[in-house]
Design a protein around this ligand. Structure first.
Ligand SMILES: *Cc1c(COP(=O)(O)O)cnc(C)c1O
Length: 801
């Protein structure tokens, strides 16, 4: 690295450590917003807010005049930032790049419509303009654009204006598109205007509009992508083309001089400057002041955009080289990188500092993005996955046909969910973006991360050779989780506990729902739920709940609710558990609501979901046998290099998904873990110097252990078909898929990276990480109540292979 760059890397490190406690040790690779939220920026802004008084810029008070004056200065500064001459250009403040794009579309649609053409690499916000156009066309490649540009059409008779839009940089893979197109359009086409989406480009490149002849007519950008703060965007308008925008019909406070309403519809628009005619309502004037601080701090810290560009191009090349050199044992590449610019990462002309890719595992199968996301977040690596709001780029690079996208949509794929899609193709990518604050360590951390998790080491999956024995097992403990995602309550050893169709009695019968959204809360987002400790007091007929804050003298905050209260069906409220709509009974006591709200710091309500409901007051299990639990020859083979998704319909009767009623548990009535597997896992964690996992993190209902530890076999539960516990028979429903929630320490609510990291290396099958088994009580037709207790003998019946 050149010394010049090293210097400011040190600076960046200092900022990262000292000024962003949140980013301490983080690898920040999602610069879709270059989150340079430097304390110095906020401080500078705060100082200016405290020193000066700014008023709404519409009146004659000194505070108002001060705001107006400063806005003019910042507007000029923003123009200068993109080297635009204020004689030739005006700048309209908007909330983001999307708003800038909409403002252009609004102008073009005002009279008799317009023709619209856009490039394949466009962001969704640019694609959406087509819905307002009379005709529209998507150019699928640069060649198609060049071809269109080569047809000189200066004397055409078409009076309808045309708008050609494209991104300066693809937000999907960072490819930079030719900036010369704007000049070429002007040279070859009559009545045709250009809209450049510079939102992704400007965070790591110098946008240069100094040659106004060649500049786009309209340029959209978001400042938060450059500075992190403030949330503000701009439309830079070439004055000679501004008439296309000021002809829009709408007017607002701020854009008119006078309006009459009562006798006729008359108004006089402002006509002094372009921005006055286009800035609707009160300007976000505090944001505009903050932008001034951002220009200042950014410049002091990083020097110039040219410097950032050099720095990020250098890092991007290293990142690209590192990722493309990773190989599996058989020599196959680990990362499929989506770029048309191999080897051009260094020059910054054709390629921005972004690498978009997918990973294949040692079998050549695609790794799901959601899985990468989970592991990355455990390692405090910030990146982005999915289709990134770039529909054309994604379908081009992943070779997704519209029919396939529609089928994936019908099967449940949505923006932001982790649906893998069918057709053996990925539906999204992993994107890592470098920005001003990235450094070489971020790059190596990330390459090491991919190597660590996606190149299989021979030592990772230890073969277990012991023969399972059928008996010698017993129930070590029974645990009930009355409130979904809160702490478990251990059933005392001498009590026979009832087992129902839905699971252990009182298990997951309550949940906490967000007061605003109705969404059931989970430890994944609210780890402090682990500190809420419910307790079942059958004698008093109460569910007692205590909130236990670690390292605080227990002030024994406790509330209780009745276990037996009558619930009236008229009082249910719509809620959501995971992505499922349910109707639950909210608890009406303000006292109880306050208890949970203050414990978690989230507005939430206790709600009950009793057994025996129907329709949206009932739920069913989704657990099923997983591929790794099937005999090898029966595993679904597919040679398309695809995901090995579970079959949509079970191939044989013994693989049927047994649909059982459940309450608020995620997937099945009962979850069981084997002590031997936990001990084995902890040995492996210990070898990696990690923090051992307690049984509590797996949130099992039944822990089974071997009476003679010498005969215990880890992961034997994968092959169990049935268990007899005491007198009761249970059916095994399949392995339990795990997420990072197992990393929440149930005593302190702190997050660790174990046991997920070790599980991801040792218990990952078909892209998913498993630990523990789902099960349910085998129905006895409701003829009698079933009970089990701690110490009961457990007999395992193994699936036939
Ligand atoms: C981020 C981005 C947008 C959208 O920006 P907003 O600030 O969300 O309006 C549009 N185009 C590109 C290329 C982007 O990167």
């Amino acid at each position: 690295m050149s010394p010049e760059l090293c210097f400011y890397n040190d600076d960046v490190d200092n900022i990262r450590e000292a000024e962003y406690p949140m980013l301490k040790g983080a690898t920040y690779l999602d610069h879709s917003g270059t989150t340079l939220y430097a304390k110095s920026l906020v401080q500078k802004f705060a100082t200016s807010m405290i020193t000066d008084l700014y008023g709404n810029p519409h009146s004659g008070s000194s505070s108002s005049i001060l705001a107006t004056k400063r806005i003019d200065d910042v507007r000029l500064r923003a123009l200068q930032f993109v080297k635009a001459d204020p004689e030739e250009f005006d700048l309209v403040f908007v909330s983001n790049a999307t708003a800038a794009i909409k403002l252009v579309a609004e102008g073009f649609r005002a009279e008799n419509g317009f023709h619209y053409a856009y490039h394949r690499d466009s962001h969704t916000s640019l694609v959406g303009v087509r819905e307002l156009a009379t005709t529209n066309q998507c150019y699928g490649s640069d060649e198609m654009v060049e071809q269109w540009l080569s047809q000189v059409d200066q004397n055409g008779t078409d009076e309808t204006p045309s708008l050609f839009a494209y991104p300066a940089q693809s937000n999907m893979n960072g490819r930079r598109l030719p900036l010369k197109w704007s000049a070429q359009v002007r040279g070859s086409k009559k009545n045709t205007f250009t809209l450049l989406d510079a939102a992704a480009f400007v965070s790591t490149a110098q946008l240069d509009l100094s040659n106004s002849e060649d500049a786009p007519d309209f340029t959209a950008l978001s400042f938060y992508k450059i500075f992190g703060f403030p949330d503000l965007g701009a439309l830079v308008v070439k004055k000679s083309s501004a008439h296309m925008l000021t002809r829009r019909k709408y007017f607002a406070g701020g854009t008119v001089e006078m309006v009459s309403c009562l006798q006729d519809n008359w108004h006089a628009a402002k006509d002094q400057s372009i921005h006055e005619q286009l800035e609707d309502g009160t300007l976000p004037f505090h944001n505009i002041m903050a932008l001034d601080s951002a220009f200042e701090v950014h410049k002091n810290l990083y020097g110039s955009m040219e410097k950032i560009s050099k720095h990020t191009a250098y890092l991007a090349e290293k990142l690209y080289q590192g990722l493309s050199s990773l190989r599996h044992q058989d020599g196959q590449r680990v990362c499929k990188i989506y770029t048309e610019n191999e080897g051009n990462y260094h020059d910054g002309l054709r390629q921005g500092p972004v690498v978009a890719f997918n990973i294949r595992n040692a079998d050549g199968k695609w790794v799901s993005n959601a899985e990468v996301d989970k592991l990355a977040s455990i390692r405090n690596i910030h990146l982005r996955t999915g289709n990134l709001c770039n529909p054309g780029g994604i379908s081009y690079h992943l070779k997704l046909k519209t029919s396939e996208m529609k089928a994936n949509y019908a099967a449940g794929q949505r923006c932001g969910n982790d649906h893998e899609g069918a057709f053996g193709k990925p539906t999204g990518v992993v994107r890592v973006s470098l920005g001003a604050m990235s450094n070489m360590e971020d790059v190596t951390t990330f390459i090491d991360f991919i190597r660590e998790f996606y190149i299989e080491q021979p030592t990772d999956k230890e073969e277990i050779t012991q023969k399972p024995s059928r008996s010698g097992l017993y129930v070590e403990s029974l645990i009930v989780y009355p409130i979904k995602s809160c702490a478990g309550w251990t059933v005392p050893p001498n009590i026979a506990w009832e087992v129902k169709e839905e699971g252990l009695a009182w298990d997951r019968e309550w949940c906490l729902v967000h007061t605003g959204t109705g969404q059931a809360l989970s430890q994944k987002r609210y780890p402090r739920m682990a500190l809420i400790r419910p307790e079942i007091d059958l004698r008093a007929g109460l569910l007692r709940i205590r909130f236990h804050e670690p390292r605080k003298v227990d002030t024994a905050k406790e509330i209780s609710v009745s276990l037996t209260e009558e619930l009236q069906s008229s009082t249910t409220r719509d809620s959501r558990v995971c992505e499922e709509r349910v109707r639950a009974f909210p608890c009406k006591s303000q006292h109880i609501t306050d208890f949970f709200t203050s414990a978690l710091g989230v507005p939430c309500n206790l709600a009950r979901f009793p057994a025996g409901g129907s329709g949206s007051t009932s739920r069913h299990s989704k657990a099923h046998l997983q591929q790794h639990q099937l005999p090898r020859k029966r595993r679904l083979e597919d040679d398309t290099g695809s995901f090995s998704t579970p079959p949509p319909s079970p191939p044989s009767s013994d693989q049927e998904i047994i649909s059982r009623p459940i309450l608020l548990s995620n997937e099945s009535p009962i979850l069981c873990i084997n002590r031997a597997s936990l001990d084995f896992l902890n040995t492996q964690i210990h070898q990696r110097n990690g923090k051992a996992a307690s049984a509590a993190v797996f949130r099992a209902n039944i822990i089974v252990a071997a009476s003679d530890p010498a005969s215990s076999v880890p992961y034997v539960e994968d092959s169990w078909k049935n268990l007899r516990i005491g007198k009761e028979i249970f059916e095994m429903l399949g392995s339990c898929r795990r997420c990072s929630m197992v990393c929440v320490d149930q005593e302190t609510a702190e997050k660790n990276e174990e046991p997920f990291v070790t599980l991801a290396k040792t218990r990952r099958f078909d892209n998913k990480v498993f630990f523990g088994e789902h099960m349910c009580h085998a129905s006895n037709g409701g003829s009698r109540k079933a009970f089990i207790k701690v110490g009961d003998v457990v007999e395992a019946f193994v699936r036939e292979f």
